[in-house]
Write a protein that binds this ligand. Structure first.
Ligand code: NAD
Length: 277
């Protein structure tokens, strides 16, 4: 496929653009993932809480693609934090996916109020040592929790998957990641398709290249070094979101995008979110 890979801090290659399946019911996910694999995506982002690991796994199996050409990410849900629970939850995820390893396993949220993420991460280190996850990492972790993980465990997270789009650019956290060799993966990279794709700057840059707003937003992510996992269940958009490697934004465009940052969160604040704890 034409998607470039980035190298994680343990040398594992991860496609810089993948396909996310949040809020896609299991049967529909099987169809959508099949469409995405057919279109050329090789990285799929699911999670236990999405309840579509089984459908994702069915599509992967049916694709006939060699396992080593695929990159499958799943995430540990909040109610499964803790060392023993995490090990059991991982077994259940692998079983639903029908795989004998995942490429990346993430802690979905830090849940500071529960204070179990260090023990939970130690279970991920065990899974990694056993070769059942080729890389491990976290999602929605602010710097203070990353600092603590780095201080109290031995495997630096390969990835932190965070809410990130032009209206929430996460400059400080991205700089922290860069200093520690953690890759930044952007969730809701298109701002959930709400508003961002109608912002005049985005529309103007899209017109300049004869591209769509979604395509120039994805280009922005790729050029600032993010891994992106846009979601769509519409086949034409699934293809459109992958077709972002034939053009480049220039310095003026990047400056115009930089000015869109307004700290606008669409999802919960990880510092206080404790749903399912
Ligand atoms: P997104 O930013 O990818 O937006 C998806 C929505 O944008 C679609 O539902 C559709 O309405 C619209 N859209 C998609 N392609 C379009 C196009 N080409 N033109 C016009 N509109 C288009 O939002 P998302 O689904 O929230 O995030 C992507 C993925 O990130 C998820 O599927 C999931 O895998 C992951 N995610 C992770 C977390 C986390 O806590 N780790 C949270 C949310 C999402």
């Amino acid at each position: 496929s034409k998607v470039p890979s980035i190298s994680l801090n343990n040398g594992v290659a991860m496609p810089q653009l993948g396909y996310g399946v949040w809020q896609v019911p299991d049967d529909e996910a099987a169809k959508a993932v099949a469409t995405a694999l057919e279109a050329g995506y090789r990285s799929i982002d699911t999670a236990a809480i999405y309840e579509n690991e089984a459908g994702t796994g069915r599509a992967v199996a049916a694709s006939g693609l060699p396992r080593e050409e695929l990159f499958v990410t799943t995430k540990l849900w909040n109610s499964d934090q803790g060392y023993d629970k995490a090990l059991r939850a991982f077994d259940a995820s692998l079983d639903k996916l029908g795989l004998d390893y995942v490429d990346l396993y993430l802690i979905h949220w830090p849940l500071p109020s529960k204070d179990a993420y260090v023990d939970t991460y130690k279970a991920l280190e065990k899974i990694y040592a056993d070769g059942r996850a080729k890389a491990i990492g976290v999602s929605n972790f602010p710097p203070e929790h990353l600092e603590r993980l780095i201080g109290e465990t031995s495997v630096v997270p390969a990835v932190n998957q965070i809410e990130l789009h032009p209206q929430l650019q996460q400059g400080e956290l991205r700089a922290f990641h860069d200093r520690h060799g953690i890759k930044t993966e952007a969730w809701s990279p298109l701002g959930q398709g709400k508003g961002l794709l109608e912002v005049p700057t985005v529309v103007a840059v899209a017109q300049k290249y004869g591209r769509t707003p979604a395509q120039v937003v994805l280009r922005w992510h790729l050029q600032i070094g993010n891994v992106v996992i846009p979601k769509s269940v519409t086949p034409s958009r699934i293809k459109e979101n992958l077709d972002v490697f034939g053009f480049e934004l220039d310095a003026d465009d990047l400056a115009a995008f930089a000015a869109l940052d307004e700290g606008k969160r669409l999802g919960p604040d990880p510092a206080t979110f404790d749903y399912g704890a």
